[in-house]
Structure formats: structure tokens, C-alpha cells
Design a protein around this ligand. Structure first.
Ligand SMILES: C[S@@+](CC[C@H](N)C(=O)[O-])C[C@H]1O[C@@H](n2cnc3c(N)ncnc32)[C@H](O)[C@@H]1O
Length: 215
């Protein structure tokens, strides 16, 4: 975790407010990117570091997937419960309390892992990526990283956030830097049974992991 990241405190109420306003258009766009990249819309999905659950809800709304929304923050668990109730998604999105270093799900139980904006706060990337690989079913895929879905949303949001929160632009630039992507690549080495690559385009920067399917 870089110094810049360690210094940033995350207020769950504020996270939810931003997710419901400025960031709101991002989640359906990203859900569509991940579902299209995976090529299936059924099975089980897991959102790592879901926060108030907006990406998890967007995946559930765009698919027939059952979605687990995992976050380590107990304050976030309360907010996600209210959001699911308001969206009528109780039972389709299931909140899970836990840490990405120890995902409370069985081996090979998840088809699609998604995660946006959380990886920058993980202090043991290798452990988190090993856990991601462990829970993926054969043929399963993971998209873990950060971004805003497309160039237009990115440019609008980066400019608005830079005005709104002093220091945010430095945080964003550090997250998108080569130093950070190099740390991702290093943390992926030695994980067996999966292939990984880095996707860096207008949607954001994503670690893409695939568990090999049996021949
Ligand atoms: C910036 S928020 C992003 C929330 C959400 N993914 C979104 O895009 O709206 C990061 C979230 O990651 C969670 N988080 C950070 N480290 C975590 C860890 N080690 N295990 C589980 N959740 C974690 C935080 O509690 C926070 O809710």
C-alpha cells in the first residue's frame, strides 16, 4: 500500500453519497464491461471491497447472477442493507462481512469476481489475489482494479473530484501509475491454476484473472 493510500480515510456515508451522485453512471457501465468480458450472465458473482454495494447491484440488475458483496467495514454493512432494500435486490445481492485476505466462501464457488476502487487499500495484494484464485470456478474470471467505465465519465469525474477533494487527484494518479501496476503484476506471480494479465484502457486499469477450464 502506498503512503498516499494509507493516509486516506474512507467515510462510508460519504462513499455512499458520492456513489449515488457523481459516480452513479459508472457502475452500470462497468457491470456491462465485466459481464461482456466474462461472456456469461448466470452463476455466482463476488464484488470484493463492495463498499455500499453499487457495483454489486449493477451486476445483479444486468444479469441473472447471484452476487455476494464483500466488505470488511461494519458501517458499510448497514448501508448496503438499506440500499438493497430500496432497490428491491434483497436475496439477489448478499452482503458478506470479511476481508479479501480470507474470503468467507468455499473453493471454486464463484464464476465472476469484480472489484472497483478497493485494491488500492489492500495491504497484502498477493494474499488477496491468491484468495481470488482459490474461490474462482474453472472457467471463472476476475476483474480487479479501478476506473470509471469510459473516457467521458473518467474526464468528468476526475475533474469534479479534483475540485471537490484536495489531494484526490494525486491519489488517483498514484493509483493509475506504473508503480502501482508493477505492484499488481509482482503480486500475481506464483499463483497456480490461473492466467492473469493487465487491462489498461479507457474503462480503467484492471487485473484480469482466468481460472483454466478443464479440456
Ligand atoms: C473506495 S471504496 C470502493 C467501494 C466500491 N467498490 C465502489 O466502487 O463504490 C473501498 C472499499 O474497500 C473496502 N476494503 C478495503 N480494504 C479491504 C479489505 N482488505 N477487505 C475487504 N474490504 C476492503 C473498504 O471498506 C471500502 O468499502
Amino acid at each position: 500500500m502506498n503512503k498516499n493510500t494509507q493516509e486516506r480515510k474512507q467515510d462510508p456515508e460519504e462513499m455512499d453519497r458520492i456513489a449515488k451522485t457523481l459516480f452513479a453512471p459508472v457502475y452500470p457501465v462497468l457491470a456491462e464491461c465485466f459481464l461482456a468480458g466474462f461472456g456469461r450472465r448466470d452463476g455466482t458473482c463476488l464484488d470484493l471491497g463492495s463498499g455500499p454495494g453499487h457495483l454489486a447491484m449493477a451486476v445483479a440488475q444486468a444479469s441473472a447472477m447471484k452476487v455476494y458483496a464483500l466488505d470488511r467495514s461494519t458501517d458499510v454493512q448497514n448501508i448496503i442493507g438499506k440500499n438493497l432494500c430500496n432497490a428491491g435486490l434483497e436475496g439477489k445481492v448478499i452482503p458478506l462481512a470479511g476481508d479479501v485476505r480470507e474470503i468467507p466462501l468455499p473453493d471454486a464457488s464463484v464464476d465472476l469476481v469484480v472489484s472497483r476502487g478497493s485494491v488500492y487499500f489492500w495491504d497484502d495484494l498477493h494474499a488477496a489475489f491468491c484468495e481470488t484464485a482459490r474461490v474462482l470456478r474453472p472457467g471463472g474470471m476476475a476483474f480487479i482494479g479501478g476506473g470509471f467505465g469510459n473516457a467521458d465519465l473518467r474526464d468528468r469525474i476526475v475533474s469534479a473530484m479534483a475540485k471537490r477533494k484536495p489531494g484526490w487527484e494525486d491519489f488517483y494518479k498514484a493509483n493509475m501509475s506504473k508503480e502501482t501496476t508493477d505492484r499488481f503484476c509482482q503480486a500475481l506471480s506464483g499463483i497456480e491454476g490461473v492466467t492473469s494479465n493487465l487491462l489498461n484502457d479507457d474503462s480503467g486499469v484492471w487485473v484480469v484473472m482466468r481460472r483454466e477450464a478443464p479440456p
